[in-house]
Design a binder for this molecule. Structure first.
Ligand code: FO1
Length: 344
């Protein structure tokens, strides 16, 4: 069985750990021996202190490989910050993005690989040879795509860049997310470079050739949305014979974690499970929502909706949620196996 997931950072990584646990514990050998491919968002990537940093690839790699900082969901566990302290003493900025000493080794390996002309896919494969995540991690693209955010106002306490500057100052996503805590409203969020980006090797095949495609509860705008912005990805999701099943990242009008509401507000989408399903309506076949949440309006495709506890409060809860996704996919495969073909 081939399972392909799209994923962003922290929430996606935690879900994927539960998915792998559920598969590996399943008595059905098709599930137990499933090949899992994860297509990971790279639009959070940023170059700081001369290092190329891929936060979502690293969150997935460390979480599945056992090296993650469990509390934060990013960076390494048992970390020290000696280098970051030295950089600050040199007056190097930014200091708001804290790089741990062990984490820096990952960025050095990636940066050196890229400098030697290898691709992000190749650098990721090298890093995964150490971490052995138990799934194939693919960047969504090997081209540079970066999320930039147009701020609605000049951040509190900052000087306007020029007289009359009101909104529209453009910052890298990481500055908006980490330094400004997404507290400054965004006029627009753009995955810069996405329109010219090519899917990384294996990405389209992993979507078209899957038996199941899974959308973890990652940020629908800056994580899943960025992956969908890579030309060819959406078409592959529409065309795949696999059932595409997602988990709502929103419970009761609020994001489960992170600040997806700030991102949804920036694109004028309500923070509801139904509205997020609407962003995926042209390819989604199944959607898991929390007990009290509204079902999505009927869209261009039949959508099977199930209510499940969505809080990934511990590994067992996460594995149970992943199991519910696999069960819905199996039910849909049975139906789709019969009727698929005409579905646009
Ligand atoms: N998030 C923060 O809120 N503060 C940080 O200082 C920070 C550093 C950092 C370093 C490496 C890395 O891979 C991720 C890091 N993150 C940090 C998380 C990062 O902003 C992620 O992109 C978000 O969590 C969204 O995925």
């Amino acid at each position: 069985m081939r399972v392909t997931a799209l994923a962003g950072g922290v929430g996606g990584a935690r879900f994927l750990r539960g998915l792998l646990a559920a598969l590996r514990a399943d008595p059905d050998p098709a599930r137990r021996d499933a090949e899992v491919t994860v297509v990971v968002n790279t639009a959070d990537d940023v170059t700081l202190h001369g290092l190329r940093i891929s936060p979502d690839l690293d969150s997935v790699m460390y979480t599945l490989g056992g090296g993650i900082d469990e509390v934060r969901g990013w960076g390494r566990g048992e970390e020290s910050y000696g280098v970051a302290g030295e950089l600050a003493r040199y007056g190097r900025t930014p200091t708001w993005f804290t790089l741990g000493d062990k984490d820096i080794a990952t960025h050095l390996v990636r940066t050196q690989a890229l400098a030697e002309g290898r691709t992000l896919s190749e650098a990721t494969a090298e890093l995964c040879r150490r971490w052995r995540p138990g799934a194939r991690l693919l960047p969504m693209t090997d081209d540079v795509v970066e999320t930039h955010v147009d701020l609605a106002v000049v951040p509190e306490g900052e000087r306007a860049a020029h007289d009359g500057e009101a909104g529209g100052r453009r910052v890298h996503f990481q500055e908006w997310w980490v330094r400004l805590h997404a507290a400054v409203p965004a006029l627009a969020i753009e995955a810069v470079g996405a329109a010219r980006a090519r899917p990384a090797p294996g990405v389209l095949e992993a979507l078209r050739g899957a038996d199941v495609v899974v959308l973890p509860p990652s940020n629908p705008v800056v994580s899943i949305g960025s992956v969908l912005a890579v030309p060819g990805v959406r078409e592959a999701l529409r065309a795949t014979a696999a059932p595409v099943v997602g988990v709502s990242p929103v419970i009761g009008g609020a994001p489960v974690r992170g600040m997806a509401d700030a991102c949804l507000a920036a694109i004028g989408v309500p923070t509801t499970a139904a509205a997020v399903a609407g962003l995926y309506a042209d390819f989604l076949d199944g959607w898991l929502i929390a007990e009290g949440d509204e079902e999505p309006e009927p869209g261009p495709r039949p959508l099977a909706v199930r209510r499940r506890p969505l809080l990934m409060s511990d590994p067992a809860a996460t594995a149970a949620l992943a199991g519910a996704v696999l069960d819905l996919a199996a039910d849909l495969a049975a139906e789709l196996g019969a009727g698929r073909g005409g579905a646009a």
